[in-house]
Write a protein of this length. Structure first.
Length: 126
């Protein structure tokens, strides 16, 4: 017989995916065909830091959806995709990594960790 306590269990990743969706829905779309993150008009006036985070979360979402196998991006890729100065992007990535909000992976690439999504959601509260 199954314990009544099992009704209290929620799958943690589903909660995180819901939080991620609530952050991303107002700012980006995911192009299933090109496997690219598309920024909406609402993201245009956001800071470089927030656009970096949205981009990395968008790629993490595509990884979760099995559209891509690796959500990490290089500073140059990020700069090109968000339309920002490369040096500005590099300094923001260093700052975000020092703060523990993103992770630096091998070969100089960066990604967002699912364990940081709740913390990141605080940055996007309106």
């Amino acid at each position: 017989m199954e314990s009544p306590l099992s009704n209290l269990i929620v799958k943690g990743s589903k909660k995180i995916e819901e939080v991620m969706y609530n952050i991303l829905k107002d700012y980006i779309r995911l192009d299933e065909e090109s496997r690219e993150v598309i920024f909406l008009e609402s993201a245009k006036d956001l800071s470089v830091e927030k656009r970096i985070l949205l981009l990395l979360m968008g790629y993490k979402a595509m990884e979760i959806l099995n559209l891509i196998t690796d959500s990490s991006l290089s500073p140059r890729e990020i700069a090109e995709k968000i339309g920002a100065n490369y040096n500005t992007v590099r300094s923001q990535l260093s700052k975000l990594a020092r703060e523990g909000l993103i992770s630096k992976m091998g070969k100089g690439k960066y990604c967002v960790q699912l364990s940081k999504i709740i913390e990141l959601s605080e940055l996007f509260k309106k």
